[in-house]
Design a binder for this molecule. Sequence first.
Ligand code: NAD
Length: 180
Amino acid sequence: MCKAQNTGVCLNVNPARPGGAYGYVDMGGWIGGQAEFVMIPYADFNLLKIPDRDRGMAKIRDLKCLSDILPTGYHGAVTAGVCPGSTVYVAGAGPVGLAAGASARLLGAAVVIVGDVNKARLDHARRVGFETVDLSEDATLSDQIAAILGEPEVDCAIDCVGFEARGHGHSGSQTEYPSA
Ligand SMILES: NC(=O)c1ccc[n+]([C@@H]2O[C@H](COP(=O)([O-])OP(=O)(O)OC[C@H]3O[C@@H](n4cnc5c(N)ncnc54)[C@H](O)[C@@H]3O)[C@@H](O)[C@H]2O)c1
């Protein structure tokens, strides 16, 4: 796969374990994907060259979003089947959750609701125009969704929490989080 320039699915590109993802903490040995500098394996073909350095540096934050966070959120929105008029629930108000919410808007969603337990993140999500639900509140998720939509369900849901998910609410626990 590496010889075919498909390092994203190569079993050998990572020094520490099989798998093609690199640049992340504990994902194989190539760290720094969102740091100031990163080591790029097979950089001779594995880099997208920005033709104009000055214009590239002027938009470097946007370009960085395009390299990882936004496509992740966009993929979630597409996979969830978001289309014009959809009502959407996004679990997690982190970078990926907000990118998924923005992508859902691009795909024509009628309403995007973002849920989290982190009040500062929910405040930010509201500031940028999303509806929010606070999962640390007593009301259940479906009750909070019903308060916004008039019914306790959405057309599409996107998990933007990942393996760091924490239990909460009536079917979980707000205090007994997994120790990992
Ligand atoms: N940031 C990236 O570029 C990127 C890219 C690809 C994949 N990922 C993966 O996507 C996932 C999310 O990434 P992130 O950077 O937004 O993570 P993050 O940790 O910054 O945000 C996750 C949010 O989910 C909230 N949360 C925890 N449990 C919840 C629950 N049960 N319901 C709703 N919200 C809950 C947390 O409070 C937190 O604000 C992770 O698994 C990450 O590894 C991230």
